[in-house]
Design a protein around this ligand. Structure first.
Ligand SMILES: Nc1ncnc2c1ncn2[C@@H]1O[C@H](COP(=O)(O)OP(=O)(O)OP(=O)(O)O)[C@@H](O)[C@H]1O
Ligand SMILES: [Mg+2]
Length: 352
């Protein structure tokens, strides 16, 4: 590939101003200087020129003035229920290529209810659920306690605490009311899954008929899947859930949950999780990179929890990066692979 001019597009944590009423974990999903500089340095190591663009209200003007060959997009977006789609939508309008999924995929994946409806429609396993726009709506008689309550449109473990697990109607209503009031969005209530927790990183794109995979590492119909990463939430400062606080601790510290990759599970389960991750990503039309979260039910059967179409890319903390290291590849490889996959998509005949 020739040397490209690449804009790394992100919302920096440092640029956010805490509103007086913001939730305690309000900025958990935004990126650090360390992540942005690491991505830039990885791209430079492959001979590209890079510069940073803040994904704020001035973005459309800034990107039009600088006209990069492609944007490396990790922008979570400032606000709104489809905020991860805002930068892709602007770039589509300006005909500027960008890495990762497109507008609709990010919008759906940021809506856990819409995502679960699509998976359920395709027969993929996801826990039974109900969406609440008010605490006092009747509970679906098919849902049995314990239940789990979370915001419909958040990521990075936001709005999730030990109180998310509810055992009575009173606890349920209290938690739904807290989610709606704090995050100004509906609450998703689903069956509590008591089993082990895993996450699976996916790279790649659907193969068109007759098309060859990106490389020999792409063995699952156009996709390369990283080894399964287990999050052991019995360890660390936050027991039982993998929330914003749990995610913030450096790996191998006493406060952090256990990270085990590859997970110590039977080969058949690992394979099942990897195939389900690809199906879940493909179902949403995901492009280039994604990460799919799972929990096991009481009988050890896997359920899809949610998908992250903009998975964190911190070189030390992020799940998909930890899984890439366990796969024997470097951070530089991972970042440049995402770029190559995107660049290839834009330059192949017959691709949408
Ligand atoms: N139905 C459930 N049963 C048990 N635990 C759950 C359930 N849903 C979520 N959790 C716990 O809450 C955590 C966060 O949930 P989820 O992955 O849906 O949210 P998120 O904030 O979007 O995560 P991410 O940081 O991956 O974007 C899970 O990792 C898991 O520990
Ligand atoms: Mg998750």
């Amino acid at each position: 590939m020739r040397s490209l001019r690449i804009a790394v597009v992100a919302n920096r944590k440092a640029s956010m101003k805490a509103a007086a009423i913001a939730a305690a974990d309000a900025f958990a999903e935004y990126d650090t200087e360390e992540t942005i500089l690491s991505i830039q340095s990885a791209l430079r190591s492959a001979g590209h020129e890079t510069f940073f663009l803040e994904a704020d209200g001035g973005f459309a003007d800034a990107v039009r003035q600088s006209m990069p060959d492609i944007c490396f997009n990790i922008a979570e977006g400032l606000q709104g229920d489809s905020r991860e789609s805002h930068i892709p939508a602007i770039l589509e309008m300006l005909s500027i290529p960008y890495t990762g999924s497109k507008v609709l995929t990010h919008a759906i994946s940021l809506d856990k209810v819409a995502t679960k409806r699509i998976w359920r429609d395709l027969g993929l396993p996801t826990a039974p659920f109900q969406s609440f726009t008010h605490w006092d709506l009747p509970l679906d008689p098919g849902l049995e306690f314990p239940l789990f309550v979370k915001p419909v449109h958040e990521g990075s473990g936001m709005g999730i605490t030990v109180k998310s697990i509810v055992h009575t109607l009173e606890e349920l209503r209290e938690q739904i009311a807290w989610v709606i009031q704090t995050y100004k969005q509906p609450a998703l209530v689903e069956a509590y899954l008591p089993g082990r927790e895993f996450t699976v990183g996916v790279l790649g794109n659907q193969l068109l008929p007759g098309e060859k995979p990106h490389s020999e590492a792409y063995t699952l119909g156009g996709y390369h899947v990283f080894p399964v990463l287990e999050l052991d939430t019995q360890k660390g400062a936050v027991k039982g859930v993998y929330n914003a606080q749990a995610k913030s601790y450096a790996i191998d510290t006493e406060e952090a949950p256990g990270y085990l990759c590859p997970a110590d599970i039977p080969e058949t389960l690992a394979r099942e999780l990897q195939i389900l991750a690809v199906k879940a990503f493909d179902a949403l039309g995901g492009l280039d990179i994604g990460r799919v979260d799972f929990r096991l039910g009481a009988g050890g059967e896997p359920y899809l929890l949610e998908i992250n179409t903009l998975p964190g890319l911190n070189p030390v903390l992020s799940d998909i990066v930890i899984a890439a290291y366990a796969d024997g590849v470097s951070y530089e490889w991972l970042i440049n692979e995402i770029l190559d996959l995107a660049w290839e998509r834009y330059h192949k005949n017959g691709h949408v």
